[in-house]
Design a protein around this ligand. Structure first.
Ligand code: NAD
Length: 449
């Protein structure tokens, strides 16, 4: 089948590459000329395991095309995906300008029937706005070609996006049109062979399903962080508590890791946007607001532990902080809303110098912060320790899990580790002569009571 995808970011590029991989003929459209030119030359705009090989193979096989020509994109296929960004607006609601711009382009250039599938995360009711934008453009052209607007929210996880797309837990389709349903079944048939993963519903329920899923996952994290803060003050170890509650199948082990706050391009903005949607319909979403507030506070936890250890923010002036992990989570280079960013910014404010290492996000950090004297981007996790006063961990990359502690102790000036992801055993670290601060556990307890 011919498919056009507007937006060649995490979602659009993965969707395009995976649809091409199973044999569809896909055109990816983006307004970012550099991105499209790079993709034509096999330069990936993002780090995502397994993505570059399927992009290259399908591009070379002629099943995956890249263009900035919007008209060509609209005319290429009956199936038009919208996968552009929906960043937070100033008030926290989702900014729909990119989604609406694509809808207008479709109305402007369409010359046959279209199925317009919205894959961006959009507030309930956006399907109607997309329909309206297309209709207005058609009216101004004095045409009335049939089209159907379908909601198909995406659930891929950065870092495992290709696998998630190829083997989805579920494919949510919001449509009440039988013809659209039939075409979408055919489109997704290659991903649906083992058992039927497609769940059909109305457009509004599909739109809300995406926000509900992300908000529930964010709730689990904020809940755990709330309990970890309590554990610290009560002399309990959150890691023991985690095992104790995770063993209940109604709770489960997933998404109950305490840490220095959630980030990324989805959870923070989606929780906020759902809360704004609630407000617009006169409902005060108390729980969602609390999830966000707890996360906001949690992003200060590492900085507070550091200032506690050094007896005040004024003593951080001139300190060199070795920071392991910049990405908001492992296996991605994405630093949007990453906990590392709020920590670095607080450290800089206090006059500290950050010496950082991340396996994939070094270019992204350079892009965001440029050259500054208080940020040194280091080539390895070992060189990141040299001349530093302390070690801080913000991302749980595998390569940070079993470091050479003796080398760390002899390289940094003081044997102190602030671990925002609870990677290490406090007892072991104590034996090795470290002051160790985790989240909600062990040695951090006494200091903060
Ligand atoms: N990143 C994720 O893990 C993830 C997961 C599920 C859902 N989502 C949702 O999917 C959507 C896209 O997210 P993303 O992370 O892929 O965004 P992104 O910022 O990585 O990419 C968006 C792309 O859209 C392009 N674009 C903007 N306007 C355009 C237009 N008029 N025509 C063509 N291209 C245009 C931009 O240049 C950019 O390359 C968002 O709504 C997001 O919430 C993201």
């Amino acid at each position: 089948m011919n498919v056009t995808i507007f937006g060649t970011g995490y979602v659009g590029l993965v969707t395009g590459a995976c649809l091409a991989e199973v044999g569809h003929n896909v055109t990816c459209v983006d307004i970012d000329e550099v991105k499209i030119e790079n993709l034509k030359n096999a330069v990936m705009p993002i780090y995502e395991p397994g993505l570059d090989s399927i992009v290259k193979e399908n591009y070379n096989a002629g099943r995956l095309h890249f263009t900035t020509d919007i008209e060509d994109g609209v005319k290429f296929a009956n199936i038009q995906f919208i996968a552009v960004g929906t960043p937070p607006d100033e008030d926290g609601s989702a900014d729909l300008q990119y989604v609406v711009a694509v809808a207008k382009s479709i109305g402007q250039y369409m010359n046959d029937e279209k199925i317009v599938i919205d894959k961006s995360t959009v507030p309930v009711g956006t399907g109607d706005r997309v329909r309206e934008a297309i209709s207005i453009e058609q009216s101004s052209r004095n045409i009335q070609l049939p089209f159907h607007v379908v909601s198909n929210p995406e659930f891929l996880k950065e870092g495992a996006a290709v696998n998630d797309f190829m083997k989805p837990d579920r494919i949510i389709i919001g449509t009440e049109n039988k013809q659209a349903e039939k075409i979408i079944r055919e489109l997704y048939a290659p991903f649906n062979r083992n058992h039927d993963r497609i769940i059909f519903m109305d457009v509004r329920s599909a739109e809300l399903t995406k926000y509900a899923a992300n908000s529930l996952l964010a709730t689990k994290i904020s809940f755990m962080n709330e309990i970890s803060n309590l554990a610290e003050r009560l002399g309990a170890d959150i890691e023991k508590v985690r095992l104790g509650i995770g063993s209940d199948p109604r709770i489960g082990y997933d998404f109950i890791y305490p840490g220095c706050g959630y980030g990324g391009s989805c959870f923070p903005k989606d929780v906020q946007a759902l809360s704004k949607t609630a407000k617009q319909v006169g409902y005060h979403a108390e729980l969602l607001n609390a999830v966000e507030a707890v996360n906001y506070r949690q992003k200060d936890v590492l900085f507070n532990k550091i200032t506690g250890h050094y007896n005040g923010v004024e003593n951080l002036d001139g300190k060199i902080v070795s920071l392991w992990g910049l990405a908001f989570k492992p296996n991605t280079d994405d630093m949007r809303e990453a906990s590392s960013r709020s920590l670095m910014e607080a450290l800089w404010e206090a006059g500290a110098i950050v010496q950082a290492y991340d396996p994939e996000s070094m270019d992204e950090a350079q892009r965001i912060y440029g050259n500054r004297v208080d940020l040194k981007l280091m080539g390895t996790k070992e060189s990141c320790l040299v001349n530093a006063d302390m070690l801080v961990i913000c991302t749980e990359w595998k390569q940070f899990r079993a470091p050479d502690f003796d080398q760390i102790r002899t390289t940094i000036s003081e044997a102190v580790i602030f671990d925002g992801r609870n990677l290490y055993d406090p007892e072991l670290l104590k034996e090795k002569g470290f002051s160790y601060y985790g989240i909600g556990r062990g040695d951090s307890i006494k200091k903060f009571n």
